[in-house]
Design a protein around this ligand. Sequence first.
Ligand code: ZN
Ligand code: MN
Length: 132
Amino acid sequence: MIKNKIKGLKMTPQRLAILAYLEGNIDHPSADDIYKAVLKKFPTMSFATVYNTLESLKNRGSVSELTIDPDKKRFDPNPDPHNHLICNKCRKILDIHIDYELRVPYEKKQGFEITGNHIKFYGICPKCRRGK
Ligand code: ZN
Ligand code: MN
């Protein structure tokens, strides 16, 4: 899976470490989370490298950027279309893999060819509900 993500992207050990961290990651990390995690293995890693690698991956469609956390952008390496649950308190983001049959009536499409949708559900996660 990592291999499809790196087509045309020059691979350095740092970039590979970023890819390895993202592979199968379902925590929707921010650029800062990724930086901190990879820094443990690569103390010379710069935030700019993380940022630029994420930009390249994003431009290739290999990761998507989620803007559902108002505090920071989060990254999602899962290429399958899916929806999200976000905790209003701790900002944990979970995947929801349900295909909701949403239709925009023709007269509301305003000429758009619709290619996708994304539903965000807001709430309080079990941990926060228990008051941690
Ligand atoms: Zn929570
Ligand atoms: Mn996701």
